[in-house]
Design a protein around this ligand. Structure first.
Ligand code: MG
Ligand code: MG
Length: 237
């Protein structure tokens, strides 16, 4: 999983460089495919319930699961990129939100707060702590900043499959919140944060999840192993 995690980090670095004004999300998907091929890794996104790409590309008001297409990115957009890799049957999964050129102050704050909420969640991932501590850390930080946490989509365990038990909600009293964390568990923690309401909707393509009020959304995710020495983030470069 460490090896798969390094590939995912490399995909994010390459996609971030490619995500400039004038680029399309389909071109960014091709960059991610190139990294997978060079590293002899498989995609856990391509073909997942029929998903047609190796990244989810979710601009602006899209929360998650955007399908790469001919949409051109413009200065001032933000783009969430979510992708994963499989090495010898072991999975990793991570997401980032990046600015396209210069962005407005609120969008930058949204990105900063969402990234910080993931960092707070990782710090709460301690041996013997309850799963609810992770979601609570996200919820407290995001609400103090005046943004809202998406509740309909959550993180997950990860290992031989991309999505394993338990669900990892980004709020305190979600499913499994009393579960005690033990060394060896690996979680994909992935806060999704909206500037406005937490309400979500799925578009007619059956995949693209957007905010209902048109406000922007950011998404950060890491795959993290809990060891006897604390959390180890597997999807760092
Ligand atoms: Mg993901
Ligand atoms: Mg995930």
């Amino acid at each position: 999983m460490r090896r798969a995690g390094k590939v995912v980090a490399e995909m994010h670095e390459a996609c971030s460089m490619a995500a400039r004004p004038g680029a399309t999300t389909l071109e960014i998907d091709a960059v991610a495919r190139g990294v997978l091929e060079r590293r002899n890794a498989l995609s856990n996104f391509l073909g997942y319930h029929g998903f047609p790409a190796v990244i989810c590309a979710s601009p602006n008001e899209v929360i998650v699961h955007g399908i790469p297409d001919g949409r051109v990115l413009h200065e001032g957009d933000i783009l969430s990129i979510d992708c994963g890799a499989i090495i010898e049957g072991w999975h990793a999964d991570a997401a980032i939100t990046i600015p396209i050129g210069a962005i407005d102050e609120e969008s930058q704050r949204l990105i900063d707060v969402t990234r910080s909420s993931l960092e707070a969640a990782i710090a709460a991932m301690k041996v013997g702590a309850s799963l609810g501590r992770i979601g609570g850390a996200v919820e407290d930080l995001v609400e103090a900043a005046g943004f809202s946490v998406v509740r309909e989509y959550v993180g997950h365990g990860i290992g031989r499959a991309m999505h394993e038990d338990p669900e990892v909600p980004n709020f305190r009293n979600g499913s499994g919140h009393k579960l005690r964390l033990k060394p060896g568990i690996v979680l994909a923690i992935e806060p999704m944060v909206n500037t406005g309401s937490d309400e979500t909707q799925v578009l007619d393509d059956g995949w693209t999840v957007t905010t209902v009020d048109g406000g922007r959304s950011a998404h950060f995710e890491h795959t993290i192993a809990l060891t006897d020495n604390g959390p180890e983030v597997l999807t760092l470069p």
